[in-house]
Design a protein around this ligand. Structure first.
Ligand code: MGD
Ligand code: MGD
Ligand code: MO
Length: 796
C-alpha cells in the first residue's frame, strides 16, 4: 500500500520495477480524509477516475453519506491499484460548499434561484419557439468529454432525431478530434489500435507531444517501472519543453512549435533510406506507400534540422531508435493535435507503424491518445460531430441503419453534411443563425480560444444560453438558465478510457440539494418535448442508466465499438473490459488489427477521409477506387509553416498546456486543498536566456500579449527552448480578487485571452499551441538573489 509518500512532492510514488513481458506488479494507492481510517469506511463503491483519460480504477470510500476518500483497485488491468495526485485528492470538490443546488434563471439581468419546473419550462418553451419559427438549425448543443456514455447517447438521440439539428459537438473538438480524425484517415474508423499492456512488451516507446508524466501519471508510472526493471525500453520524447518525460528520454527532440510534420517526414525518410520498411506488411495491408516515399524523399534530416531547429544528427539518432525497434509503442497528444497541421502530423505517426509493420502484436502499440475521461464515449455515441456507432454520414446505408434503430425516417436524421464542428457552432451563434446553445459539462468561457470573443458571443441578448454544470463557472455566469448537475460519485454510468477499457461508475452518495444527474435532465427535456418515433411511440424509451446502456448496445452491435457482450453486472466484478466485447469475445479485445485491417472497407468505414491540406471530404466513389479492399491508407503530407509565426512585434512562439496538479479550468482541482496549494496561481515559462534578454528574473510579474489580447503571470525560467513562452491554461477568473467578474480592462490570467480563433483544416481542432506573442515586464518584484536562482524547473 502506497499511502505514505507525499504524492504532491512525488506524483508517481514508489517504483515496482518489472521485466519485459512480465505482469505489471500491483500497488494499491489510497487517500482518506483526515481522521478517517480504513476500518471507519462504511462502503466502498466501484468507480474509476474522471480527471484524465487513463481510466484508473478505484473504489469510493463512503461514511455517513459522504465521500471520504478513494482506493485504487489492484485487480484492474489499467492501473493495478495505482492512483495519481488528482485521483487521490480531486474528489473533495464534490463536497465544496459552493456547489449549485438549485436551478437559476435570468430575471432583469440577474441569475436568481428557481425550481426545476420553471427552469425546464423556459428551456422547452424557447426550444419549441425556435423550432416553430426558424427550424432545427437554430438550436445547438455543446457538450463535453466528462459525462457518461448513457448521457451522451441520450443527448445524441434527442439532438439528431428529436430536434433534428446537425449542431451537436463536444469540447472533444478541442481535445481529441484529431485522434479520431487520424484513426479515420488511416484505418477508416475511430478505435484505438493499441493497449496499455503494450508498455509491458515494448522495447522502444516514443511520445509525440505528450507530457504523460504530468497528464497520464499512472501510464507514466508503468513506463517508469519498465525503465527501472531489467532490459528497459528505449525512450524517445518529442517536445519543445524539457518535461519530466524529456528528462528520462534516451533521445529528446525539442522542435520549434508547429514543425511536427517536417520532423516526422524526416524520420520517415530515414526509415525508408535505411531499409527499415516491412515490405511484406506494407504490401499486404496498405495502399499509398509510393506516394509517401516520393513525398518524404527530399525530407532529409538536414532539411528538417533547418525547419525544426534540431540537430540533424539527433534526428538521425531518433530515426535509428525507431528503425531498430522490434516492438514499438507510440503515443500522440496535444503537442501534435493542437497545431495547424494536427491531422497531417498524427497520421505520419500511423504511417511510421504501418511502414514498420508494428500493429496488432504485443508491444507494437499505437495510442492516438484521448485526454478527457469519457471522450471516447462522446465520439462513439455521436455527441461529437459524428454519427453514433462510428457510422458514416456519407453512407446512406449507415444512416438507414440508424433510422431503423431509432424507428425514424432516414430524412429525419440530418446528414446533408458532416455534423457541425464546435468552432462553427460558435460562429453560427456569433452570426445569429443559432438562437439557443445548450452547454453541458464544459467551461468555454475559459477553455475556448480568444476569450473576449467567446464572452461577447455568450453574452448576446439574442442567444439563449443554457449551462448545465456543478458550479457557477465563468460560463454559467453568462447563461440564461443554469441547471445544477450531479456528478461522478453521485450518479451511475459507464465510460471508456484511452485503451478502450470500459468501467462502471456507481452512485455512492446523494447529489447536493436539488442537483440532478445529466441523464435525468436530458430525459426530462425529451419528455417535455414529447419526441416521437415514426409510429407515434416515444423516441426515447428508457428511463435510467441501464436502459440507456441497453439501447446503446443495440446501436453499437456489429460496429467497431461493439458493446453487446458487456453488462453492468459483468462490470461489477474484476477488471474493466476493453471493447469490442461481444458474445464471441466475452472478455473483450486487447488489440485491434491483429489480423489485418478490419474497418476500412468502403461499406464499413466511418469516413472516406479528407484532403490533408484543405480538409475537403473524399467522395465515396474516389475512396472505392483508391481503397477497394479496405486496407490501411498511407497518407502523405507536405510540411506547411505555422499560420502565425514570430515577428518583430511578437518575437516569441506561445504554447499553452498543463501541470500535473490541475485539471482544465480547475473547477474541481482548484477546490481540492492539496492540489490548489501545489499550484495556486498561473505562471509563464521562458528560458534563462530569453528572461535575461528582457532583464527579467524569476517571480517578476509579466504580461504575455498577442494580436488577440493579453494575460499576466509570474515568470518562471525553465529548460524550455529559446524563442518560446509556455503558459498553463488552467486559470480563469473565479478566485481572483475581482471575484466572479471578468477583469474590466486590466488583463486577466487566462491563457486563452491570447490564443487564436483558427483550427486544423482536417480535424477542426483549434490551435492552442501555435501563436506569436511578446513578453513584457509589469513589476520587477521577483526573486533577484545573488546567484539569480528562482523556482527553476517544471512543476513536477
Ligand atoms: N494534470 C492534468 N492531466 C490531464 C489534464 C489536465 O488538465 N491536467 N487534461 C487531460 C486532457 S483533457 C488532455 S487533452 C491531456 C493532454 O495531455 P498532454 O497533451 O500531455 O498535455 P499538454 O500540456 O496540453 O501538451 C503536451 C505537450 O505538448 C508540447 N508541445 C507544444 N507544442 C508542441 C509542438 O509543436 N510539437 C510537439 N511535439 N510538442 C509540443 C508541450 O510542451 C507540452 O509539454 O491531459 C489529460 N490529463
Ligand atoms: N489554451 C489552451 N486551451 C485549451 C487547452 C490547451 O491545452 N490550451 N486544452 C483544451 C482541451 S484538450 C480540453 S479537454 C478543454 C477542457 O476545457 P473544459 O471542458 O472547459 O474544462 P473543464 O474545466 O474540465 O470543464 C468541465 C466543466 O464541467 C463541469 N462538470 C464536471 N463534471 C460534470 C458532470 O458530471 N456534469 C456536468 N453537467 N458538469 C460537470 C465542471 O464543473 C466544469 O465546469 O480545454 C481546451 N482548452
Ligand atoms: Mo483534452
Amino acid at each position: 500500500m502506497d499511502s505514505s509518500t507525499d504524492r504532491i512532492a512525488d506524483p508517481w510514488g514508489a517504483r515496482t520495477p518489472y521485466a519485459p513481458g512480465a505482469p505489471w506488479p500491483d500497488r494499491t494507492d489510497m487517500h482518506l480524509a483526515e481522521g478517517v481510517a480504513e476500518e471507519d469506511v462504511e462502503r466502498w463503491v466501484r468507480s474509476a477516475s474522471i480527471l484524465h483519460s487513463n481510466g484508473d480504477a478505484l473504489d469510493i470510500a463512503v461514511r455517513d453519506g459522504r465521500i471520504v476518500g478513494v482506493r485504487g483497485r489492484a485487480v484492474d488491468r489499467v492501473n493495478r491499484g495505482r492512483l495519481g495526485p488528482k485521483d487521490l485528492y480531486g474528489w473533495q470538490a464534490n463536497h465544496s460548499p459552493d456547489r449549485l443546488t438549485r436551478p437559476l434563471v435570468r430575471e432583469h439581468g440577474r441569475l436568481v434561484e428557481t425550481d426545476w419546473d420553471t427552469a425546464m419550462d423556459r428551456v422547452t418553451a424557447r426550444t419549441k419557439n425556435l423550432l416553430d419559427e426558424r427550424g432545427p438549425g437554430a438550436v445547438g448543443f455543446y457538450t463535453t468529454g466528462q459525462l457518461f456514455l448513457e448521457e451522451y447517447y441520450t443527448l445524441a438521440v434527442l439532438a439528431h432525431a428529436g430536434i433534428r439539428t446537425n449542431h451537436l459537438d463536444g469540447n472533444t473538438r478541442l481535445c481529441t478530434a484529431t485522434a479520431a480524425e487520424a484513426l479515420k484517415e488511416t484505418f477508416g474508423s475511430d478505435g484505438q489500435p493499441g493497449s496499455y499492456e503494450d508498455v509491458d512488451h515494448a522495447d522502444t516507446i516514443a511520445l509525440f507531444g505528450h507530457n504523460a508524466a504530468e497528464t497520464q501519471t499512472v501510464l507514466w508510472m508503468r513506463i517508469l517501472d519498465r525503465l527501472e526493471g531489467s532490459d528497459p525500453p528505449r525512450l524517445l520524447c518529442v517536445d519543445p519543453r524539457s518535461t519530466p518525460v524529456a528528462r528520462r528520454a534516451d533521445v529528446h527532440l525539442a522542435p520549434r512549435p508547429g514543425t511536427n510534420v517536417a520532423l516526422l517526414n524526416a524520420l520517415l525518410h530515414e526509415i525508408i533510406r535505411t531499409g527499415r520498411v516491412d515490405r511484406a506488411y506494407v504490401e499486404a495491408h496498405t495502399v499509398g506507400f509510393d506516394e509517401l516515399a516520393a513525398r518524404v524523399e527530399p525530407c532529409t534530416p538536414a532539411w528538417a534540422a533547418e525547419i525544426c531547429d534540431v540537430p540533424a544528427a539527433r534526428i538521425e539518432r531518433a530515426a535509428d531508435l525507431l528503425g531498430g525497434a522490434r516492438r514499438l509503442l507510440s503515443t500522440v497528444l496535444q503537442g501534435v493535435y493542437q497545431s495547424h497541421q494536427a491531422s497531417a502530423a498524427a497520421v505520419q505517426v500511423n504511417n511510421l507503424h504501418l511502414l514498420r509493420g508494428m500493429l496488432g502484436r504485443p508491444g507494437c502499440g499505437l495510442l492516438q491518445m484521448n485526454g478527457q475521461p469519457t471522450a471516447q464515449n462522446t465520439r462513439e455515441c455521436g455527441a461529437n460531430g459524428d454519427l453514433p456507432g462510428f457510422r458514416n454520414w456519407q453512407n446512406d446505408r449507415h444512416v438507414a441503419e440508424l433510422a431503423e434503430i431509432w424507428n425514424v425516417e432516414p430524412d429525419g436524421i440530418p446528414h446533408y453534411g458532416p455534423p457541425t464542428h464546435a468552432m462553427q457552432i460558435f460562429r453560427y451563434a456569433e452570426q445569429g443563425s443559432l438562437g439557443m446553445l445548450w452547454i453541458s459539462g464544459t467551461n468555454p468561457a475559459v477553455s475556448l480560444p480568444e476569450l473576449a470573443r467567446i464572452r461577447a458571443i455568450l453574452a448576446q441578448e439574442r442567444l439563449f444560453v443554457v449551462v448545465q454544470d456543478l458550479f457557477l463557472t465563468e460560463t454559467a455566469q453568462l447563461a440564461d438558465v443554469v441547471l445544477p448537475a450531479a456528478t461522478w460519485g453521485e450518479k451511475t454510468g459507464t465510460f471508456t478510457n484511452t485503451d478502450r477499457t470500459v468501467h462502471l461508475s456507481e452512485k455512492a452518495v446523494e447529489p447536493p440539494g436539488e442537483a440532478r444527474a445529466d441523464l435525468d435532465i436530458f430525459l426530462d427535456f425529451a419528455a417535455r418535448m414529447d419526441f416521437r418515433d415514426k409510429d407515434g411511440g416515444p423516441l426515447i424509451g428508457w428511463r435510467d442508466p441501464q436502459g440507456a446502456f441497453a439501447a446503446w448496445q443495440r446501436c453499437s452491435a456489429g460496429r467497431p465499438c461493439d458493446y453487446t457482450g458487456l453488462s453492468y453486472d459483468r462490470l461489477r466484478h474484476g477488471s474493466g473490459i476493453q471493447w469490442p466485447c461481444t458474445p464471441d469475445a466475452p472478455d473483450g479485445t486487447a488489440r485491434l488489427y491483429t489480423d489485418g485491417i478490419d474497418h476500412a472497407h468502403p461499406d464499413r468505414c466511418e469516413s472516406y477521409g479528407k484532403d490533408m491540406v484543405t480538409g475537403a471530404t473524399v467522395t465515396p466513389v474516389e475512396y472505392r477506387s483508391l481503397n477497394p479492399e479496405g486496407k490501411a491508407v498511407i497518407k502523405a503530407a507536405e510540411y506547411l509553416p505555422p499560420h502565425e509565426d514570430a515577428s518583430p512585434e511578437y518575437p516569441l512562439q506561445l504554447i499553452t498546456g498543463r501541470t500535473v496538479y490541475h485539471f482544465h479550468t480547475r473547477t474541481k482541482t482548484g477546490r481540492a486543498p492539496e492540489l490548489n496549494a501545489a499550484a495556486p496561481d498561473v505562471w509563464a515559462e521562458l528560458s534563462p536566456a530569453e528572461a535575461a534578454a528582457r532583464g527579467l528574473a524569476d517571480g517578476d510579474l509579466v504580461q504575455v500579449t498577442t494580436a488577440r489580447g493579453a494575460m499576466r503571470a509570474r515568470l518562471r525560467t525553465t529548460e524550455i527552448r529559446d524563442g518560446v513562452v509556455f503558459v498553463p491554461f488552467h486559470y480563469g477568473y473565479w478566485d481572483t480578487p475581482e471575484g466572479h467578474r471578468p477583469p474590466d480592462g486590466r488583463p486577466g490570467r487566462a491563457a486563452n485571452e491570447t490564443t487564436v480563433t483558427d483550427w486544423d483544416p482536417v480535424s477542426k481542432q483549434p490551435l492552442f499551441k501555435t501563436a506569436a506573442a511578446r513578453v513584457t515586464p509589469v513589476a520587477r518584484d521577483g526573486r533577484r538573489g545573488a546567484d539569480g536562482a528562482g523556482t527553476a524547473g517544471s512543476t513536477a
